[in-house]
Design a protein around this ligand. Structure first.
Ligand code: AMP
Length: 614
């Protein structure tokens, strides 16, 4: 495919706002793509060159991109910069400058996706002296052959934001659309769906069947994506083999799995009523790590599926020494723990281990202990469908002697009092609370289905749990805060159904002066000229930002609100946080991993209950 065809599709997508229209356009685009280029197109739609866990970022600063534009268009860098200050989007500046280009290139030729990728990968991987100049040259080389519309997207890719507003759920919708014709011919699938049809009238039944089939295919795709976080790789298999390709997708060491999530209940009593006899584990406050061992190769993924192997050398060593299986995927929470005093360090200490420099020094000073809590794969076999009790037993057997990796503290009980006293013990030790686990549940990737239930320590006048909100925009500071350029944040939660971020709270307290200026720096880089397509908010901040950063927030309660859109339905008000205060930035979460509208609704319903600490 020519890059121009892709750029034209992107342009159309950028100008529609309904998710349905976006899905149709994407489905058309994927239909037109060849099987061997589809993965790359998917990565580009995600604003990347490879699946996120491969850590290949084009990453060019604005100033270098400006130089690239100047070099290829014949305008000066000062001209480019001036226009950028006016428009706030270098993509638009490039599009404009290339439509009135001063110099015609002698060698301009049609750009293929292959060529674009080749240069971008080179830009992403060159390092050392002179690499910045080479990056500019490689970008300018592409721009030289570009039409205005191509220039717009070529420039946005290295800046890491295509501004298309496409989320993974919409990409998966479009795969499902393209597969639904094949699915109609799949007898087993159709039979399964037909059983659930409610419509009696023949003509309506047909439309219902069509819709249900597509939903079923969408579900299948998502269930695979949950255990194989490479949407491009998945698309390639679908393009090659259709629905059969899905069967080929298996949990694989080296490819991250979406983590299972914990539900909340406000009391030990309700936990026991819900789960009956269950495992109750201490809830540690550190980094959630997924460890992949593939013979001698160890890869560590964070909760947001970044490859963080290099940050934790003592864990990599311990996996080689302590883990007996040839290959394995297991999860645990890592934190700084002093074995002699049995002291768990607070998160503020552990967080210092998230760094790119002085790693060895810090690993000696603040070594981590990994408290392992689940096993998903061992010796060539997926264990995801095994009941938790069995997985934990196998995990215990797999961990050999050593100090760095141990099992989480845990009891098995069906008695409320025992859960309560274990909870109190954990809190006394400085831990966050407990997580109860369904002994019979399989590992539920990427979802929250009462297989895990958390109970956190809480204080009077607080919600039973904190809320993780996404920053949607910010307000200029007033009075003393003018100096920081930021006085408050507009934040929201994730609506999974609509794949949108909906407003929940304006937050102006809880930030130190240092936090305010850090936030201002971070957010200035992702400012948007207009409201991004995936944001749904009636409140207007001074600046919109790309929904990217998640912050943990505490509040007194959840209230009904006419001004926020989270949970807002026809004739009903939305939800808001009363007295919200920022606790910290949750670097371990992506925007889509923030608290969901559904959770807020559940927390709202439950908040009348009396918590343990009251
Ligand atoms: P939260 O982030 O508050 O929703 O709580 C869920 C998180 O608790 C998980 O993602 C883990 O990072 C962490 N955690 C701490 N201890 C455990 C444990 N024993 N089992 C599972 N998750 C745990």
């Amino acid at each position: 495919m020519h890059f121009k065809t892709l750029a034209e599709s992107f342009d159309k997508i950028e100008h529609v706002s309904s998710r349905l229209a976006m899905t149709d356009l994407l489905a058309d685009l994927f239909k037109k793509s060849k099987a061997d280029e589809i993965a790359r197109i998917v990565y580009l739609c995600q604003g990347k060159l490879a699946p996120a866990f491969k850590d290949i970022e084009v990453g060019m600063g604005e100033s270098y991109v400006e130089e690239g534009i100047a070099k290829a268009s014949g305008y000066s860098k000062a001209d480019v910069d001036k226009e950028f200050k006016k428009r706030g989007d270098l993509g638009l500046v490039a599009q404009e400058f290339f439509s009135k280009k001063k110099q015609r290139s002698l060698f301009s030729s049609e750009l293929s996706i292959g060529k674009v990728f080749k240069n971008l990968i080179k830009i992403a991987t060159v390092s050392g002296s002179g690499s910045q100049q080479l990056k500019i040259k490689l970008l300018a080389e592409l721009l030289n052959s570009a039409s205005p519309i191509e220039a717009k997207y070529l420039v946005r890719i290295p800046l890491g934001n295509l501004r298309l507003g496409i989320g993974d759920p919409t990409i998966m919708d479009s795969f499902a659309k393209n597969l639904s014709e094949e699915a109609r011919k799949n007898k087993a699938l159709v039979k399964g769906v037909e059983k659930k049809l409610k419509e009696k009238k023949e003509e309506k039944r047909e439309a219902e069947l069509e819709k249900k089939i597509r939903l079923k295919v969408r579900e299948l795709i998502e269930s695979k994506y949950n255990v194989y976080s490479d949407l491009g790789g998945l698309a390639e298999k679908l393009a090659e083999k259709g629905l059969k390709g899905l069967e080929k997708i298996e949990i694989t060491p080296g490819v991250p799995i979406r983590p299972t999530l914990a539900e909340r209940l406000p009391t030990a009593k309700e936990i026991v009523e819900k789960l009956g006899r269950c495992a109750v584990e201490a809830k540690y406050d550190g980094f959630r790590l997924a460890i992949h061992k593939d013979k001698g190769k160890v890869t560590i993924f964070s909760r947001r599926q970044e490859n963080v192997t290099d940050m934790f050398p003592e864990i990599t060593d311990a996996v080689r020494k302590q883990i007996k299986a040839v290959d394995a995927i297991f999860e645990g929470e890592a934190l700084v723990f002093n074995e002699e005093t049995e002291e768990y360090f607070p998160f503020q200490v552990t967080i210092q281990r998230k760094r790119k420099y002085d790693i060895d020094k810090m690993a000696k000073e603040f070594p981590l202990t990994l408290f392992a809590f689940d096993l998903l794969y061992a010796n060539g076999k997926s264990l995801m469908n095994l009941p938790f009790k069995k997985r934990r037993e196998r995990l215990g057997k797999m961990i050999g002697k050593g100090k760095t990796i141990e099992l989480t503290e845990s009891i098995e009980t069906d008695k409320t009092e025992e859960v309560e006293s274990f909870f109190n013990e954990s809190v006394e030790k400085g831990l966050e609370g407990i997580i109860a686990k369904d002994l019979n549940a399989g590992y539920i990737a990427g979802a929250r289905k009462f297989a895990w239930i958390k109970l956190k320590r809480s204080y009077k006048g607080e919600l039973g749990d904190t809320v993780d909100t996404v920053i949607l925009g910010f307000f200029k500071g007033k009075g003393k805060r003018t100096q920081f350029g930021l006085g408050g944040l507009l934040t929201g939660v994730y609506d999974e159904k609509e794949d949108k971020f909906k407003s929940l709270a304006k937050i102006g307290t809880g930030m130190t002066e240092e936090m305010l200026s850090d936030l201002h720096k971070m957010l200035s880089k992702i400012k948007e000229g207009k409201k991004p397509a995936r944001i749904d908010s009636e409140l207007k901040p001074d600046y919109w930002v790309e929904p990217k950063y998640v912050i943990e927030v505490n509040a007194d309660e959840i209230t009904r609100s006419p001004i926020h859109t989270a949970g807002k339905k026809k004739g009903e008000q939305g939800f808001a946080l009363r007295f919200p205060r920022m606790i910290k930035i949750r670097q371990d979460k992506k925007a889509e991993q923030a608290t969901t509208v559904k959770e807020i609704e559940a927390m709202f319903k439950r908040q009348k209950h009396v918590g343990l600490s009251e």
